[in-house]
Design a protein around this ligand. Structure first.
Ligand SMILES: *Cc1c(COP(=O)(O)O)cnc(C)c1O
Length: 411
């Protein structure tokens, strides 16, 4: 099945309305009136489905959430103010002091600092592993392990995980698997591969043009019979499972994270994100093809390119078998020294120098002097950050123009 094609139909149909305003309505109200005290009581106890207060849910954002849940085959979704907000929501909804996280792959700089510095201040310990350390990952699970966290594609190391194998370990050990799928929406469907929770920064390819900061978390349904969330490891979930059944993970995250930390999405950003969703499948389809074209041509011309479509990449076979719809918009160029990397970035006319990825335009950034400048050598080594590394996010431009510009800039 061609998922991109399927979603070309689904997204435009579900974002637009066939009654009244075609484009989604922006409900720009922080609070909502309840008409009678009886209705207020019903809204607060959940028996009446009407908006309560925009921190807990907004009609524009709800529409975005239902489309995102459908995209990933989840039972529900919660949109947030940013991708880091989405990670914080998902993680904080399950964690208690003394719990442990197993973090695999990547890792996006913000997530790395959140786990290694911020969460450790609250007594939560994180163990970091490469995607291929399956034995060590399994051995690291103990009774305090609450979360296995994985990025669908290493950013910026471009290493690809065997998501099914990691999901099998998570299921065997009874631990929740969260996948940050920011780089590969539609290309990879984590919940179908065995993950429990799927996380996005919608700021990137989903909205797609730098117009809106946002995030989203998609949850699977709690199963009727046996479920790893019904075990003592997740005893805090018990009351939500009893009262809310299959929706328990969503309600738990709303009550234990969204209500108390307040990383809520705003209606205007949710609107812009939906406009992005309308064309997501089209843009992904074009860009994953362009990335391959650009990577192969630059590699052929002697540049140091890291992308799994190249047969020199250690995960080339996995790319062919498990990533038939590509692995997102990124590739990296190693110019070997900071000076040569800066010279490239000063010369390129096509790339916009910025920290974003997944944009309509081609973007580029020198890694070790920016996002990773605070990191020590050992951490940079682990994350694959070398002195000359430039991360590139390919855009919608004609790939021939990108290749021509990059070859001139690398001279
Ligand atoms: C950008 C990014 C985030 C953080 O998202 P923000 O919207 O910037 O908060 C998280 N994970 C990955 C993989 C990202 O690329």
């Amino acid at each position: 099945m061609d998922y991109f094609e399927e979603y070309c139909t689904k997204f435009v149909q579900s974002v637009g309305s066939k009654d009244g305003a075609v484009s989604p309505t922006i409900v720009n109200s922080a609070s909502f009136a309840y008409e009678t005290p009886e209705i207020a009581e019903g809204i607060f106890n959940g028996s009446i489905k009407k908006p309560l207060y925009s921190r807990m849910g907004n009609p524009t954002t709800s529409k975005l959430e239902s489309i995102m849940a459908e995209m990933d085959d989840g039972v529900g979704a919660i949109a947030t103010s940013s991708g880091m907000g989405a990670i914080a929501l998902a993680v904080m909804s399950l964690l208690t002091c003394k719990d442990e996280i197993i973090s695999i792959g990547g890792l996006f700089g913000g997530t790395y600092s959140f786990f290694s510095e911020t969460l450790s201040r609250f007594g939560v310990k994180t163990h970091f592993f490469d995607v291929d350390e399956l034995e060590n990952i399994k051995n690291a699970v103990n009774e305090n392990t609450k979360i296995i966290f994985l990025e669908s594609v290493g950013n910026p190391n471009m290493r690809l995980p065997d998501i099914k194998k990691i999901a099998a370990i998570a299921n065997e050990c009874g631990v929740a698997l969260m996948v940050d799928n920011t780089i590969t929406p539609l290309s990879i469907l984590p919940l179908k591969l065995g993950a429990d929770i799927c996380i996005y920064s919608t700021t990137k390819i989903i909205s797609g043009n730098s117009s809106a900061l946002g995030g989203c978390v998609v949850f699977r349904a709690i199963k009727e019979k046996d479920d790893k969330f019904k075990t003592p490891r997740y005893k805090e979930l018990e009351k939500f499972i009893k009262n809310m059944g299959k929706m328990a993970l969503v309600v738990n995250a709303k009550k234990r994270a969204m209500r108390d930390f307040g990383m809520s999405a705003n209606a205007h950003s949710s609107y812009l994100t939906m406009l992005g969703l309308e064309t997501l499948a089209l843009r992904m389809d074009r860009i994953v093809k362009s990335v391959e074209t650009v990577a192969k041509e630059l590699h052929k011309n002697g540049l140091n390119i890291n992308h799994p479509c190249l047969d020199t990449h250690p995960h080339h076979q996995r790319y062919l078998s498990d990533f038939p719809n590509g692995c997102g918009t990124l590739l990296t160029i190693d110019m070997l020294t900071k000076e040569r990397a800066f010279a490239f970035l000063n010369k390129t006319k096509i790339a916009t120098i910025t920290a974003n990825i997944g944009d309509s335009r081609t973007l580029a950034l020198h890694m070790s002097s920016t996002i990773y400048s605070d990191f020590d050598e050992k951490t940079k080594n682990f994350l694959g950050i070398t002195d000359g590394l430039i991360r590139v996010s390919i855009g919608l431009e004609n790939p021939k123009d990108i290749i021509e510009d990059f070859l001139i800039s690398a001279k």
